[in-house]
Write a protein that binds this ligand. Structure first.
Ligand code: ZN
Ligand code: ZN
Length: 350
């Protein structure tokens, strides 16, 4: 099988070949049909996240071992299953939930694999879907997509469950406007899921006019230029004094400042984006205004199941998806880094 791997951090992915593995125990082997390209693949390729103030979080320190095949938004066809993999149909088209924990710790015991201290995430800490085949350790991480399009379903594995998990933290979703910062691939997914979840209205913030336009076309009630001097005032006007729910899909020093400052009393600022930076906040207003800063990291296995149920009932989120051949992966990553991609690119092996 062929696979595109990070061999040296900061260098293009390398095409390597290896014998196709055979599933053991509960493992399930998928033939990859579609693999979405996510912005965090850039960080994974670089090998670090920017923590602000010149500090970096190294992914090797967190357990990333090289070489590793990237690609964590995958749909594949089941081609083989180990003897202990129950209820798996050969030929079924499955979304692979990549957010896999150790299975033993307290987080995993409460079904929060995504908060495990020893994650084995596919395409991060173990081989992912930028390859002809990929191995999933247990059928519980597989979700049948039925007759949904593989290319359109693949982004649910990261972009979908990440925004779904963040939106679920906004309890006023159906009754009050929600502020969404960032209208890139993640932002448009968030907007689409917000609508499917019955969200009242979305105010979308982005510094790029093309992305604001895309958000407007996708049904944002209002768009705000995050760079505008009066961006905060605009948000306060649009929310009648401040937002109860803000989802920040950028996660930069600037977006965090704007998102946090937009909150009304009791409001919640949910940070998802991993752009990098830092935020200084005065402490007394946190209790006095009873605000919450909450992180949201991908989603749990049950959340992936809920998302798939939502999609079966309400259809796939209508986000722009384009396909490119797997062999173009390095060119796609370069385009993503240059900010040239609106929506999602999904790689399809030849
Ligand atoms: Zn991702
Ligand atoms: Zn665990």
């Amino acid at each position: 099988m062929r696979m595109f791997q990070v061999c040296v951090c900061g260098k293009p992915l390398q095409l390597n070949q290896a014998p196709t593995p055979q599933p053991k125990g509960t493992e399930v082997l998928l033939k990859v049909l579609a693999a979405g390209v996510c912005h965090s693949d850039l960080h994974l390729n670089d090998g670090y996240f920017d923590l602000g103030g010149g500090k970096r979080m190294s992914l090797e320190d967190r357990g990333m071992k090289l070489p590793v095949t990237l690609g964590h938004e995958n749909v594949g066809e089941v081609v083989a299953a180990g003897p202990d993999a129950k209820n798996v149909k050969i030929g079924a088209r499955m979304l692979a939930d990549p957010w896999i924990g150790c299975g033993n710790c307290a987080a995993c015991q409460r079904n929060e694999d995504n908060l495990c201290m020893a994650m084995r995430s596919l395409g991060v800490f173990s081989n992912g879907g930028y390859a002809d085949y990929m191995m999933v350790p247990h059928p519980r991480y597989l979700f049948d997509i039925g007759d949904l399009s593989a290319e359109r379903a693949a982004p649910l594995a990261c972009s979908g469950v990440t925004t779904f998990g963040a939106l679920k933290k906004i309890t006023t979703l159906r009754r009050e406007p929600t502020v969404i910062i960032g209208a890139g691939g993640l932002g448009l997914m968030c907007l689409a899921l917000h609508q499917k979840m019955g969200g009242l209205s979305a105010i979308v913030v982005d510094i790029d006019p093309a992305k604001r336009e895309a958000a407007k076309l996708a049904g944002a009630a209002a768009v705000v230029d995050g760079k505008a001097a009066d961006a905060l005032d605009q948000i306060k006007t649009l929310t009648n004094g401040g937002a109860y729910g803000v989802v920040d899909l950028v996660g930069s020093s600037q977006s965090a400042r704007l998102g946090y400052d937009s909150l009304v009393k009791g409001g919640k600022y949910v940070i998802v984006g991993l752009y990098g930076g830092d935020l200084t906040v005065s402490l007394p207003p946190i209790p006095m205004r009873a605000v919450t800063i909450q992180g949201s990291y991908v989603g749990s296995v049950p959340e992936m199941g809920e998302l798939m149920d939502l999609v079966r009932r309400k259809g796939l989120p209508d986000v722009p998806v384009s396909t490119r051949p797997l062999d173009d992966v390095n060119a796609v990553l370069a385009d993503l880094r240059a900010g040239k991609i609106v929506g999602r690119v999904v790689l399809t092996p030849a």
